[in-house]
Design a protein around this ligand. Sequence first.
Ligand code: ZN
Length: 135
Amino acid sequence: MKRRHTPDELAAALRERFPAPYSLSFRQVAEAAVELIDPGPEPVPEPDGALTPEQAKALLKEEDNGYMGTKTIFDKSKCQHCGGLHARKCPAVAEIEYHPDGKVSRVVYFPHGSWPADEVLWLEDVVKAAEAETD
Ligand SMILES: [Zn+2]
């Protein structure tokens, strides 16, 4: 695969595309990573829970955030409620209320074990996917 972006450029492009610290759809991140790594004519593959090593490595790339230290794109993008990446609303959250300024005022979680954790992309899944094709 020809690399048209350095890891730093890729990280910067992802950060620009997803500026807010909200929970992103796993698909959004994966599609953006694929598109940025290889913007060729081939259609973007359906991630469907299986990250390519390139997608996973893009998520685990550490970025320098100045005085905030380094953080991976995964850490910057993960859900503030469950700590993973997922499509749409957090599957762990039953109810959520916001202050008018957009901050969360109240969260009610589903009981542990009663929500579909397999809809969430966990850090360990990303690490496993990133290691899949090394050496
Ligand atoms: Zn969540």
